[in-house]
Ligand binder design. Structure first.
Ligand SMILES: *[C@@H]1O[C@H](CO)[C@@H](O)[C@H](O)[C@H]1NC(C)=O
Ligand SMILES: *[C@@H]1O[C@H](CO)[C@@H](O)[C@H](O)[C@H]1NC(C)=O
Ligand SMILES: *[C@@H]1O[C@H](CO)[C@@H](O)[C@H](O)[C@H]1NC(C)=O
Ligand SMILES: *[C@@H]1O[C@H](CO)[C@@H](O)[C@H](O)[C@H]1NC(C)=O
Ligand SMILES: *[C@@H]1O[C@H](CO)[C@@H](O)[C@H](O)[C@H]1NC(C)=O
Length: 537
C-alpha cells in the first residue's frame, strides 16, 4: 500500500469512528412509563410498567444501530432509565443516571439517542433513580451481530430473554422511606422469572432444537443461581463478550449481570422446571418456571421442582471458582472482525491503581454505605452538566484510594485521563456480597481472592483470557481486581448493583477526559444533545 492510500484508509477509519455512518440503521421507539398493579406473589404491588408491560419491551438492536427511545413519564415522580451494560460510546449524555441527566419530570418526555457502536450481546435496561428498580421498569436488550460478522456457535433455533430477580411485595416508596429512616430492607419475598411468580412463566422447546437463553439478574439485591432440570447450560456469552464455551449444571448470576447460554432440547419430551434460587441469604427463596416440549401433552412436570441441590450452591468458594472458570474466547471475533484476544490486555502497563473499599457507617444518625469513607450524595445539578457549564463546587474530586477520615456524605468524582489503563481493586471487608458496575466500559476481571489485596496479588492474575464484562461480584471479606482501558470520554457512573447499597451511598463517578482544556473533540465525545433536559427544582 502506498503512503497516499494508507493515509486515505486511516482517514476513512477515523471518519468512520467519528460520525454515525449514513448506512447505520435508526430505530425509533416510543415508551410510555406508567404505574400498574401486579401481584406475582399474591400480594398487590404498584409496579412500573413500560407500554403497560413488566418486563418492558425488548430493545432489539443490531451492532451500530442508533436507538431513539422516547420515554414518556406518566408517573407522579421524576424518572430515568439506564442501559445496563451498553457502552454508550462517547455519549455519557444519554446514560440516564442522576449524574449525567436531569430527570424526566412527571408528564414530560425525553428522547434518548445512542448508538450500539461496535458491540454485540445481552444486556438490560432498568430505572436508575431512588428505589425505582425495586418496582420493575426493566426489560431486555439484545444487540445482534450484523450478518457479515460470524458468531462462534451455530445459529440457535430460537431465543428467550429470561429476566430473573428477587421481589419485594413492599411498595418501592415504602422501601425508600424505610431506608430514609435509617432501617435496612427486610429479606425479599420471592424470586420472579419474567415478572411472574412461581410456576407461572413458561417457555416451549421443540425436541432436537437448540435455544439461546439470555439470562439477566434484574433484581434489587440478591445473587441468584440459575438451572434447568435435566439440561446442561452451555455458556457462550457474558455481557457482550464470547466466552470459552463450557457446560455448567447451574450458573450464578449476580445482581446486574447478564449471561447467554445455549440449551439443547435433547431430553425426553416432557416438561421440566427452570429453577432460580437465592445465594447466600436466609431464608432461601426460589423462582420456578416451566419448560415444555412442544407436542408432549404440555403437562406440568411430575414431582416437585428440584430445590434440594441448594446446599452446594451456597458455598462461596464454589461460586468464586465458577466465576474464575469463565474465560474469554481469544480467537472468536466479536462485533468487529478482529478477534477478541487481539487486545493483549495483560501486556499493558497499568498507569494507575484505584482501591475502592466499601463499608457501612453511621453518618448523621443514619446508616450509610461508603466508598473510601464517603457516602455518595447526588447533587442538584447533574455532574455532567456542572462539568460542561463549569459550575464550581458541585462535586469533589477524590483520589480513589482509602483515606483516613471520618465517614461523610459527598459528591465524589475520580478524575482519569482518556486512555489511562487503570487497575481497580474492589475491597469488601463486610460479611455481605457486593456487586459493582461501571458504565461506559467493560473491564477484565483478572482476579478475586479472600482477605486483603496487596500489590503482590498481580502474580495470581489471569493476564491472558480473563472475562471482559461490566458488572462484577465481590465476595464477603475478599477483593476483586479488574483492569480497564478508559477509552470512552465522559462522566461514568461506578455503582453498586444492590439498590439498597447504592441508595445509601455506594457509588461515585469516573470522569474520563483529555486535559482540562476546552470543548472535547466530537470524535472523542459527542456534544451536549440539543434536547438535553434542564433540571426542575
Ligand atoms: C430482532 O432484530 C433482528 C434483526 O433486525 C430480527 O431478525 C429479529 O427477528 C428481531 N427479533 C425480535 C424478537 O424482534
Ligand atoms: C417528546 O415527544 C415528542 C413526540 O411526542 C417529540 O417530538 C419531542 O421531541 C419529545 N421531547 C423530547 C425532549 O425528547
Ligand atoms: C474457602 O477457601 C478458603 C481459602 O482457600 C479456605 O480457607 C476456606 O476454608 C474455604 N471454605 C470452605 C467453606 O470451603
Ligand atoms: C472459540 O471461538 C472459535 C471461533 O473463532 C470457535 O470455533 C471455538 O469453538 C471457540 N472455542 C470455545 C472453547 O468456545
Ligand atoms: C512497561 O514498563 C516496563 C518497566 O517500566 C517497561 O520496560 C516497558 O517498556 C513498559 N511497556 C510498555 C508497553 O509501555
Amino acid at each position: 500500500m502506498d503512503r497516499g492510500s494508507l493515509v486515505a484508509v486511516l482517514l476513512a477509519s477515523i471518519l468512520h469512528s467519528a460520525v454515525v455512518a449514513a448506512e447505520d440503521r435508526h430505530v425509533f421507539l416510543n415508551w410510555e412509563v406508567s404505574y400498574s398493579v401486579r401481584s406475582p406473589l399474591g400480594v398487590s404491588k404498584r409496579v412500573i410498567a413500560i407500554n403497560g408491560r413488566l418486563p418492558g419491551p425488548l430493545l432489539n438492536l443490531t451492532t451500530n444501530d442508533v436507538a431513539h427511545v422516547n420515554v414518556v413519564n406518566t408517573l407522579d415522580e421524576p424518572f430515568l432509565l439506564t442501559w445496563n451494560g451498553l457502552q454508550m460510546r462517547r455519549n455519557s449524555w444519554n446514560d440516564g443516571v442522576a449524574g449525567t441527566n436531569c430527570a424526566i419530570q412527571p408528564g414530560a418526555n425525553w428522547t434518548y439517542v445512542f448508538q450500539a457502536k461496535d458491540e454485540i450481546g445481552s444486556f438490560f435496561y432498568r430505572p436508575s433513580l431512588g428505589l425505582h428498580a425495586a418496582a420493575g421498569g426493566h426489560g431486555p436488550i439484545r444487540v445482534n451481530n450484523r450478518p457479515v460478522i460470524d458468531v462462534p456457535f451455530p445459529h440457535p433455533d430460537g431465543e428467550f430473554d429470561v429476566l430473573i430477580g428477587d421481589w419485594y411485595n413492599m411498595d418501592a416508596k415504602e422501601m425508600k422511606e424505610r431506608l430514609d429512616r435509617g432501617r435496612g430492607l427486610p429479606p425479599p419475598d420471592g424470586i420472579l422469572v419474567n415478572g411472574l411468580g412461581p410456576y407461572e412463566a413458561e417457555v416451549t422447546f421443540k425436541a432436537g432444537r437448540t435455544y439461546r437463553l439470555r439470562v439477566s439478574n434484574v433484581g434489587a439485591r440478591t445473587s441468584l443461581n440459575f438451572r434447568l432440570q435435566g439440561h446442561k447450560l452451555l455458556l457462550v456469552e457474558v455481557e457482550g463478550t464470547y466466552t470459552l464455551q463450557k457446560h455448567y449444571a447451574s450458573l450464578d448470576v449476580h445482581p446486574g449481570q447478564s449471561v447467554s447460554v445455549l440449551v439443547a432440547a435433547d431430553q425426553a419430551p416432557k416438561a421440566y422446571y427452570m429453577v432460580v434460587s437465592s445465594l447466600f441469604v436466609l431464608p432461601e427463596i426460589f423462582g420456578v418456571a416451566t419448560v415444555l416440549y412442544a407436542g408432549s401433552g404440555e403437562q406440568p412436570p411430575s414431582g416437585d421442582a428440584p430445590l434440594d441441590e441448594r446446599s452446594s450452591h451456597n458455598n462461596y468458594n464454589r461460586s468464586m471458582e465458577q466465576a474464575m472458570s469463565i474465560r474469554m474466547n481469544l480467537t472468536s471475533g466479536a462485533a468487529r472482525p478482529n478477534p477478541q484476544g487481539s487486545f493483549h490486555y495483560g501486556d499493558i502497563n497499568v498507569t494507575r491503581t484505584l482501591l475502592l473499599r466499601n463499608d457501612e457507617s453511621d453518618i448523621g444518625g443514619r446508616r450509610r454505605c461508603t466508598v473510601n469513607g464517603v457516602a455518595f450524595a447526588n447533587a442538584g445539578t447533574p455532574l455532567k452538566l456542572a462539568d460542561y457549564f463549569r459550575i464550581a463546587g458541585v462535586f469533589k474530586v477524590v483520589s480513589g484510594r482509602p483515606e483516613t477520615r471520618n465517614p461523610s456524605l459527598g459528591t465524589t468524582v475520580i478524575d482519569a485521563s482518556y486512555r489511562d489503563y487503570v487497575q481497580i481493586v474492589f475491597e469488601n471487608r463486610l460479611p455481605s456480597m457486593q456487586t459493582w458496575h461501571l458504565d461506559g466500559h467493560s473491564f477484565f476481571v483478572v482476579g478475586m481472592a479472600w482477605g486483603k489485596w496487596s500489590p503482590d496479588a498481580r502474580s495470581t492474575y489471569n493476564l491472558v483470557d480473563a472475562m471482559y464484562r461490566s458488572t462484577v461480584q465481590v465476595y464477603p471479606t475478599s477483593w476483586t481486581a479488574v483492569l480497564v482501558y478508559l477509552d470512552n470520554e465522559g462522566m461514568w457512573n461506578l455503582r453498586s448493583q444492590d439498590v439498597e447499597k447504592r441508595y445509601l451511598g455506594q457509588e461515585l463517578y469516573l470522569r474520563v477526559r483529555q486535559g482540562d482544556s476546552e470543548v472535547p473533540d466530537p470524535r472523542d465525545e459527542l456534544p451536549m444533545p440539543s434536547n438535553a433536559l434542564l433540571c426542575v427544582f
